[in-house]
Write a protein that binds this ligand. Structure first.
Ligand code: AMP
Length: 393
């Protein structure tokens, strides 16, 4: 039983083909620069990598080539082997509380909410439309980054602003990275072997969010109306005092969207260090005693610690803290610093076990008050699982 997971951007299409019997990736790849000069595709399978520059005027062309190549390269023997296609959708608002089989009605609803993620949702929809055209009889499933966070209660998802902003314009917390946090929650459930647990899931990469999870359900999450909120990120500020915006607009003669662009693309590690958004670069500079890099790293860690502490109280304690995504899975010193700053909660890291990258490992000591894990996330697998589940249903 084979399922394709798709993550479509405005000029790209990433795919993973899973054999669901053992949840193994049998091929993966990327079509890039769709609709732009210099487009190409890369397909990895069986330890091999095929890459070619090719004309890709539209997503439909990318899908046609992908499906041709899957058969030409002998990865599948016929398109009938593909039982379903799962698509990542960034924003589902409160319209989509879980993954759904794509129908015309779903496409209409997606169209109605696309303005809430103008950079992502229309691109995600292009991917669905392309596959529906090329594989009209294959079931498609839409999986939403926001759906996992739909279990937050009103006091959590409402902002303390005029209620009409919510009622009339949909201003509320939606969160993001929900598919990743859900994957972490399922992994922790399996590891612990029980349904009841309090988990703080730390997805910290170039983008980042922290989620408080009780018994598999999201209670609160650090991202908000958009993915600009919450912790400090590679280039994003995370939470700031909103009064800064009109003040800097006046100082720099910029409009609101230019300032939001600065907060999305010129802030975070990049903005504070004036050097790089990449944690590896920042840590290298820290080793060279670069003052700005040290302050940027410390602020990054403090923001994560703030949210973990807040969610520890919200959940009435925590059974597990899990680190995932680029920094969470790989950065030994950042995990160490975060856990050291949480020592007052009785969290103790095993420094030898923390010396790990990209593997599922318990990194806390046996007498730590909270179990700390590194768990590599797998959003593509989560999308494929949802797709299989809905098709079987
Ligand atoms: P992601 O967005 O999940 O791909 O994460 C990207 C972030 O992970 C970047 O800031 C990278 O510097 C960081 N990252 C990846 N590998 C490492 C590593 N070995 N040590 C520190 N940070 C890393």
């Amino acid at each position: 039983m084979k399922i394709i997971s798709i993550n479509a951007g405005s000029s790209s299409l990433k795919f993973s083909l899973f054999e669901m019997n053992n949840e193994e990736v049998i091929a993966s790849g990327l079509f890039e620069r769709i609709g732009i000069d210099g487009s190409k595709y890369t397909i990895k399978f069986n330890g091999e990598k095929v890459s070619q520059e090719v004309d890709l005027p539209s997503h439909v062309d990318a899908v046609n080539i992908l499906l041709d190549k899957l058969t030409d390269l002998g990865i599948i023997s016929s398109l009938d082997e593909i039982h379903g296609v799962g698509h990542r959708i960034v924003q589902g608002k409160d319209v989509f509380k879980e993954s759904v089989i794509v129908t015309d009605d779903v496409m209409e609803k997606l169209d109605a909410i696309k303005g809430f993620a103008p950079l992502h949702n229309p691109a995600n929809m292009l991917g669905i439309e392309a596959f529906r055209k090329v594989l009209p009889n294959t079931p498609m499933v839409a999986v939403f980054d926001t759906a996992f966070h739909q279990t937050m209660d009103e006091a959590t998802y409402l902002y303390p602003v005029p209620y009409s902003w919510y009622k009339d314009y949909g201003v509320r917390k939606y969160g993001a990275h929900g598919t990743s946090h859900r994957y972490i929650a399922e992994s922790v459930k399996q590891i612990l072997g029980k349904e009841e647990y309090r988990l703080i899931s730390c997805h910290i990469g170039n983008g980042g969010s922290i989620t408080a999870i009780k018994d598999g359900k999201c209670v609160d999450t650090s991202m908000g109306f958009t993915p600009l909120a919450g912790i400090m990120m590679g280039t994003r500020s995370g939470d700031i005092d909103p009064s800064i915006i009109p003040y800097v607009m006046e100082q720099e003669g910029k409009n609101a969207s230019e300032i939001i662009d600065d907060l999305n693309k010129q802030s975070g590690l990049l903005g504070m260090s004036e050097y790089s958004s990449d944690m590896r670069d920042i840590l290298e500079r820290c080793d060279e005693h670069d003052e700005k890099a040290i302050v940027a790293r410390d602020k990054y860690v403090r923001r994560v610690v703030d949210y973990i502490a807040q969610y520890y109280v919200l959940l009435g304690g925590a059974d597990v803290i899990a680190f995932t995504a680029g920094v969470g899975e790989n950065s030994i010193p950042v995990r160490r610093q975060i856990c050291e700053e949480l020592a007052c909660l009785g969290i103790k890291l095993d420094l030898d076990k923390n010396n790990v990258r990209g593997e599922v490992v318990k990194i806390s000591t046996d007498d730590s008050a909270v179990i700390v894990y590194v768990i590599p996330t797998d959003e593509e697998l989560m999308i494929a699982r949802d797709t299989l589940h809905l098709i079987n249903r």
